[in-house]
Design a protein around this ligand. Sequence first.
Ligand code: ZN
Length: 449
Amino acid sequence: MSQQFIIKQARIVNEGRQFTGDVYVSGEVIEKVLEGENLPAEKGWEVVAADGLFLLPGVIDEHVHFREPGLEYKADIFTESRAAVAGGVTSFMEMPNTHPPALTQELLEEKYALAAEKSLANYSFFMGASNDNLVEVLKTDPSRVCGVKVFMGSSTGNILMDDKETLEAIFSKVPMLIATHCEDEETIQNNNTEFFKLQGLKVTASVHPKIRSAEACYLSSSEAVSLARKFGTRLHILHLSTAREMKLFDNDIPLKEKKITAEVCVHHLWFSDKDYPAKGNFIKWNPAVKTEADRLALFDALLDGRLDVVATDHAPHTLEEKQQPYFKAPSGGPMVQHSLTAMLEFVHQKKITVEKVVEKMCHNPAILFGVQKRGFIRPGYAADLVLVDMNKPWEVARSNVFYKCGWSPFEGVRFHAEVQMTFVNGQMVYNRGTINENIRGERLLFSGR
Ligand SMILES: [Zn+2]
């Protein structure tokens, strides 16, 4: 690929509209966007013929677990960033519950160094907060780190914060975005004990939403919201999963001005409790996939603006781990390769528009985190782009999964849209099944908000 090329005659989806046009890419950035059909190509520019394929800004997935360092048997930054670009994801933000967890500035910077060496996509890593590292947390540079992650409830390899005083200190003192996992630990532990007593090892994944209940979610997320209101914290609540929590969020202020924002994950929009009998532990996530009514309420809140962004919580485990009995099988599943195609399937079903998908997966993560010069198809912005064929049906199978764990909760699902090409900083990293493994992404920078 030359350093100057035109993506010609694409159906460009950007900032609430779609139009046919040409996008000029020079080096790492978009030089200009021309609207119109049959435009002449300027001399000296290589042409990538899009011929009506949809051109979207690359997806920014602001919630992934790539398992490195320490859990590389499940996944690593190289393998999962390959899967990301194959799915049209050009930037990711990764969580601190690795081994060791990112609880000091030094450990955090080690992850950035690993990514610089290994990541095909652009990257950022959350700083972790625990019961005893406030001093380290306060050293975090908001222009170079996406946020601080707080686990208000246990999860895989977690760094649980259950000390009320520390929680208040974090909410009152941290001047940057705090992202929270909200599930009330005590409620979960009580439910756990009860179900284990009742049914022992016969329990299947269908009880998961009863153990990690809607009540546990509401108790914790409402506490986070009230703390944030009290201290004026910039709070971002992750993976909302219930109808009841939706009343905690506003849709009458622009995203740029919101102090409290909300994420929904693809699996909570796609699956519901009726899928447990067929999928079992393969859809065991924390927070749990809940009822169909919850799923529909999340979808409504996404459309009306109470939910701001769609992410994946991509959290792979091996097949062997997921095939254990319910109580032993870890929560989480791989998703980053299929998030965009799954959301575009909802477009095919006429449940959401493609413009809205782009808003929730590309524009809003950029606005919400203040990501510099990404997330939009604009002159001067990084050429992070994805070309999609909206009507090229294909079926998810283990043979076409790029995750190191080698499986997907979508196996057997037929998607209508297929990612054709992905560009990261003006470099073609994915082209119809082939990945250019030599390409490396960049560290995301933030202008604050
Ligand atoms: Zn997560």
